[in-house]
Write a protein that binds this ligand. Structure first.
Ligand code: MN
Length: 245
């Protein structure tokens, strides 16, 4: 799969849904439902399946937190994004979430918060897996070492960015505009693809959610312990797959 397809939500002619191109997802283009005019058919972003159970990341991330986070918080962003898309009246043919984010201006609050919220959480679920994976491998491993000095030094930089994010937000490993790996952080649901908004833009490879809703039930105020648990569940193959060719 071409790497840039990572989070594209392909426009579909049949039911007008936008679904991530994952194996097992129904291909809306292959059904026989009648095509409708683009001005009248509904435009909907959708959550993709989690891919593992709510309890599958225990004890690092507890089942109740996962269920509420996916079913309430992330779902809320998707619903509000769809409402904001309708309200904006913007053309949606061929639009993907990845192509939308760089167009969003700082004062487009609903698109900014909910478009970012949908993208950020989709990436978060995809880059975690039960049991995690021990360490990055191959080209990503070499580049992390070349850039940060060691995998441990990268993890320290990433964890510190997450711990120091004041209030709600995210810490990121991105490939920046110069093509280099970089650790960054954004407030709220801002995202490194929002080039009109963020100071350090780039392609997100890994992101940790440090909103209190991501950890408070299990960790209360111990954000650093949650970050350490998160690092134990990272799916490094998925992180590498998020990288652009
Ligand atoms: Mn969240």
């Amino acid at each position: 799969m071409k790497k840039r397809t990572f989070i594209k939500l392909a426009g579909t002619a049949g039911a007008g849904l936008l679904l991530a191109p994952l194996a097992g997802c129904r291909n809306e283009e292959s059904n026989d439902s009648p095509k409708t005019d683009s001005a009248t058919r509904p435009f909907l972003f959708a959550q993709e399946p989690l891919g593992y159970g709510f309890d599958a990341l225990e004890p690092a991330i507890d089942a109740m937190t996962m269920e509420i986070h996916y079913s309430k918080h992330h779902a809320g962003y998707v619903n509000k994004l769809n409402k904001a898309m309708h309200a904006s009246g913007m053309a949606t043919d061929g639009l993907t979430l990845e192509s939308l984010l760089p167009t969003i201006a700082a004062d487009q609050t609903a698109l900014r918060n909910n478009g970012g919220g949908h993208y950020n959480h989709t990436l978060y679920w995809r880059t975690l897996k039960p049991g995690g994976s021990a360490a990055p491998e191959g080209a990503l491993l070499k580049e992390l070492v070349d850039t940060f000095g060691s995998v441990e030094a990268f993890q320290t930089a990433f964890s510190q960015a997450a711990a120091k994010r004041f209030g709600s937000g995210w810490a990121w490993l991105i490939r920046n505009a110069e093509g280099k790996l970089e650790v960054t952080s954004t407030p709220n649901q801002d995202n490194p693809l929002m080039t009109k908004i963020v100071e350090q833009s780039g392609q997100p490879l890994l992101g940790v959610d440090v909103w209190e809703h991501a950890y408070y039930l299990n960790y209360q105020n111990r954000r650093k312990d949650y970050i350490a648990g998160f690092m134990q569940r990272v799916n490094w193959d998925a992180v590498a797959a998020n990288d652009r060719a």
